[in-house]
Design a protein around this ligand. Structure first.
Ligand SMILES: *[C@@H]1O[C@H](CO)[C@@H](O)[C@H](O)[C@H]1NC(C)=O
Ligand SMILES: *[C@@H]1O[C@H](CO)[C@@H](O)[C@H](O)[C@H]1NC(C)=O
Ligand SMILES: *[C@@H]1O[C@H](CO)[C@@H](O)[C@H](O)[C@H]1NC(C)=O
Ligand SMILES: *[C@@H]1O[C@H](CO)[C@@H](O)[C@H](O)[C@H]1NC(C)=O
Ligand SMILES: *[C@@H]1O[C@H](CO)[C@@H](O)[C@H](O)[C@H]1NC(C)=O
Ligand SMILES: *[C@@H]1O[C@H](CO)[C@@H](O)[C@H](O)[C@H]1NC(C)=O
Length: 803
């Protein structure tokens, strides 16, 4: 079932796409569509007329956009096959006539857009059966009246009547009769109509949700009259004045806005372009009962302030204030949100705003403010303050604990405002989630500046300076940080530990620094990182071990505008870039470092040209390894020869100048020492003639390396070598060594002067373990010791003969 669903969704996506792909194709027919298509954007085609069989049967179609399809005629039943459409857009079609049946088939229609269709009257639409209609947009037509058909009373969900940019000049009392009956929750948009007159009382007892009258009146005189004529209207939100910032400097008389006092409204948006007369004005007088006021460009310098009854939000932009009107705003108990922005003159705080128990939000950005002794002294009567925006001002000077008592702060923004203080403490801001200190010209010298900010999610500190190793502990407390921006700070390296505590960090922006290495991103603490911007640094290469240990969730990696080293020696890195195209952002700007001014994208780099070098790079080490292995095997096999070759070589030279000091060197195991001392030494040295033996325990020079002793004293200092073979001999590494050296030596000398004494029976397998012994015993005679008087007598005789 899931598989089926999956396939279905996949199909739906494809269908959706194909439906969009029909846009702007200059098609004069509707191409084949999936019968389950729900969304069809067929704008900018060439349909001329909508006839009955134009649309295929699309029972699920909900959205149909036919913007600018040059439609002139709509035949009755044209929409038969798409009768469930909920949104129909016919904008920009020069429709000549809409018949009685044309739109009425669309029983499900909720939104009808007929902007710029040359419509002369809403009556012409014939939409009397569309009783599910919620929104009718007939803007930019040639309507002369705002009169609406009476059947709209039956459209119980009707909400928005958009009549913008028509040719309505006069509103008569009759025109609003239907509106009065429709009820309470309608938005009427009349902006950009050239109104010159409204019958007084035309809006008496009408309740609207919203009335948009921006740029609706042709002059300020008319505005004044019309506002008076609107008396008796009850509206949730009224919008008057202008859209943009085109300044017509006009002077208004004192009673300009008197008409507003006759309108009941909760919210007002007023973009005043006109200059109020010099001297006191009463701009705010009629707004005393409003809950939300947005006043744009209203000159408030000389305004008489009022004590608002229920104000919640006050937005004052471009008010040409010289001071923040702290005294006037004091005691506005109900105020929750205050914005004072875009004042042209430098603005100062003189008095304190007091008694603002509900104020949560202050935005005093873009005022060229100069704040000294910030901030808890200034905002101390706002215990609920959560949002403080002081960005884009001139200068702020913080106290040591600037936010003491403002423990509820969640958002703090002072970007692009010069911060004079460096040593301050924000530890009490346990709820702070957003902190923007970008471009505040701060020199971070102490690493505990963000101490205690355990709830911070967003930290922006680009465009500042950092001294010494402040990064060591700077971020340790920010365990919930998700977004961190430290771009454009001239930083050349981070410590591996710097970001290790940021377990929830998703976005890291480090662009515009001078980083050359990024080993710090392999810190396992950064596991949640999915987005990393390293553009405009000095990264020429990233080591393979770093690439292999990048955070697993990384889906966006911006390496653009770094001087990437595109030499074949870095082909592993380039290969990685190419195979991770899906996560590399800004492909075209991931560039190879070149000396020429035009650098080419890394993705255009011809990796194949490196293949030859690559093969060498791979084969080279392999053959070296093989050679070393072969040599080691050989060396292991012939280790004795190698080991002694040099020793012997040296010894051979020495021996020619040397007289033999001993008659025989005895090679034996220490464990056979008893036999050697009691039997061998007793019989040979004390016999007649005495035979001088060289015994390592007795005759080796102290302080000389054993190997040298063996060679110099033993083997070369003696004419013969006696080897006492026993179990112990076989087991002793030194004995075997001595025997091997002796053999090699005698091979060199060409003189078989080894006498072997078998002290006890040793298994053949073990004998074979001693290099050369087995062979030697086979080829040469040897003496076997038997511990009885007759045999030993014979033994000694033979031994003496062997010398
Ligand atoms: C659109 O098609 C019509 C004919 O169907 C043609 O006259 C017109 O030039 C075309 N327009 C464009 C922009 O291709
Ligand atoms: C607006 O209506 C007047 C007549 O009331 C007419 O003279 C004028 O041409 C119309 N303007 C437009 C743009 O249709
Ligand atoms: C008024 O209309 C708006 C949409 O325009 C809607 O969200 C709101 O629920 C409506 N209120 C009432 C009381 O019908
Ligand atoms: C404000 O409301 C009061 C009653 O609540 C009313 O008497 C007064 O006229 C209203 N003022 C304005 C300017 O709307
Ligand atoms: C602060 O104000 C500036 C300028 O008005 C605005 O761009 C910025 O988004 C505001 N900051 C916050 C956190 O809302
Ligand atoms: C990686 O991303 C997935 C899906 O967005 C998420 O569920 C997971 O928690 C992330 N891993 C870490 C370590 O944050």
């Amino acid at each position: 079932k899931t598989v089926f669903h999956h396939a279905y969704y996949l199909h739906a996506i494809i269908v959706l796409k194909s439906a969009c792909l029909n846009k702007g194709k200059n098609l004069s027919y509707i191409p084949a569509l999936h019968p389950k298509t729900e969304y069809l954007d067929f704008s900018f085609n060439n349909l001329a007329s909508l006839h009955q069989n134009l649309f295929p049967k699309l029972v699920d179609l909900q959205f149909l956009d036919l913007t600018r399809c040059r439609i002139q005629h709509i035949a009755g039943n044209a929409f038969n096959n798409v009768r469930n459409v909920r949104t129909l857009v016919l904008t920009g079609n020069p429709i000549e006539h809409i018949g009685n049946k044309d739109l009425n088939t669309l029983h499900e229609l909720q939104k009808l857009v007929l902007v710029d269709t040359g419509l002369l009257s809403i009556e012409d639409l014939h939409i009397n059966y569309l009783n599910k209609l919620q929104e009718l947009n007939v803007g930019a037509n040639q309507l002369l009246s705002m009169q609406i058909p009476s059947y709209l009373i039956n459209f119980t969900d009707f909400r928005i009547l958009d009549l913008h940019a028509n040719n309505i000049t006069v509103i008569r009392a009759d025109d609003t009769a239907v509106l009065r009956q429709i009820g309470k929750n309608i938005t009427v948009i009349l902006n950009r109509n050239p109104i010159i007159h409204i019958d007084p009382g035309a809006f008496q007892n009408i309740t609207l949700r919203k009335l948009d009258l921006r740029e609706t009146f042709i002059s300020t005189e008319v505005t004044k009259d019309c506002l008076n004529a609107l008396s008796g209207l009850n509206v949730g939100n009224i919008l008057i004045g202008h859209f943009g910032r085109k300044h017509k400097i006009l002077t208004l008389d004192f009673y300009f806005l008197q008409g507003l006092c006759g309108i009941k409204f909760q919210e007002i948006y007023f973009h005043i372009v006109e200059r109020t007369p010099t001297g006191k004005n009463n701009l705010l007088l009629c707004m005393i009962n409003a809950t939300k006021i947005s006043l744009i460009d209203g000159e408030l310098k000389d305004t008489e302030w009022v004590q608002f009854k229920q104000i919640k939000e006050l937005y004052l932009a471009g008010s040409r204030l010289e001071n923040i009107p702290s005294r006037q705003l004091s005691n506005q108990y109900t105020l929750q949100k205050l914005t004072i922005t875009e004042n042209i003159h430098p603005v100062a705080f003189f008095d304190l705003m007091i008694n603002m128990p509900l104020l949560q939000y202050i935005d005093i950005s873009k005022n060229q403010l100069l704040l000294r002794g910030c901030c808890h002294t200034i905002f101390k009567f706002m215990p609920k303050l959560q949002h403080l925006n002081m960005s884009l001002n001139s200068e702020i000077q913080f106290l040591y604990k600037p936010f003491q008592g403002l423990d509820s702060l969640q958002v703090l923004d002072f970007h692009h405002t010069k911060l004079k203080s460096v040593n301050f403490n924000m530890e009490n801001l346990k709820d702070l989630m957003y902190l923007d200190m970008s471009y505040s010209r701060i020199i971070f010298t102490h690493e505990f500046i963000f101490k205690g900010l355990g709830n911070l999610r967003v930290l922006k500190i680009p465009g500042n300076y950092f001294q010494g190793d402040v990064f060591l502990h700077m971020f340790v407390d920010l365990k919930r940080l998700e977004i961190l921006d430290i771009s454009s700070c001239g930083i050349d390296s981070f410590l591996w530990k710097s970001f290790g505590n940021l377990k929830e960090l998703r976005h890291l922006t480090l662009s515009g620094n001078t980083l050359t290495a990024i080993d710090f991103v392999t810190n396992p603490g950064l596991a949640a990182l999915s987005w990393m911007d390293l553009s405009q640094n000095q990264i020429s290469h990233i080591a393979v071990h770093v690439l292999h240990n990048l955070p697993k969730n990384l889906t966006t990696f911006d390496l653009s505008n770094n001087p990437i080293d595109c030499s074949c020696s870095q082909s592993d890195f380039i290969m990685w870039i190419m195979t991770h195209k899906n996560i590399i952002k800004n492909h075209h700007n991931v560039l190879c470092k070149t000396s020429s001014p035009e650098s080419s994208p890394v993705f255009d780099f011809d990796l194949e040209s490196c293949t030859y070098i690559l093969i060498l790079n791979i084969l080279g080490p392999i053959s070296v390894v093989i050679l070393i292995l072969t040599l080691s095997v050989l060396a292991y096999k012939f280790q004795f020869y190698l080991r002694y070759c040099c020793i012997l070589q040296r010894g051979y030279k020495v021996s020619q100048q040397q007289e033999c000091a001993y008659d025989a060197f005895v090679i034996y195991s220490n464990k056979d020492e008893a036999w050697v001392m009691e039997e061998l030494v007793e019989n040979l040295e004390n016999g007649i003639p005495p035979i001088q033996l060289c015994l390592h325990v007795r005759d080796f020079e102290v302080g000389k390396p054993i190997t040298s002793n063996i060679i110099d004293e033993g083997i070369m200092g003696s004419r013969k070598v006696i080897v006492v073979v026993s179990q112990h001999f076989i087991n002793s590494a030194w004995c075997r060594f001595e025997f091997e050296v002796a053999q090699c030596w005698l091979v060199l000398e060409g003189n078989p002067n080894i006498i072997i004494i078998i002290l006890e029976d040793v298994e053949e397998v073990k004998i074979k373990k001693v290099f050369g012994l087995h062979k030697y015993l086979k080829k040469n005679t040897y003496l076997k010791w038997k511990d009885n008087p007759i045999s030993s007598m014979r033994f000694w005789v033979r031994l003496r003969k062997a010398k």
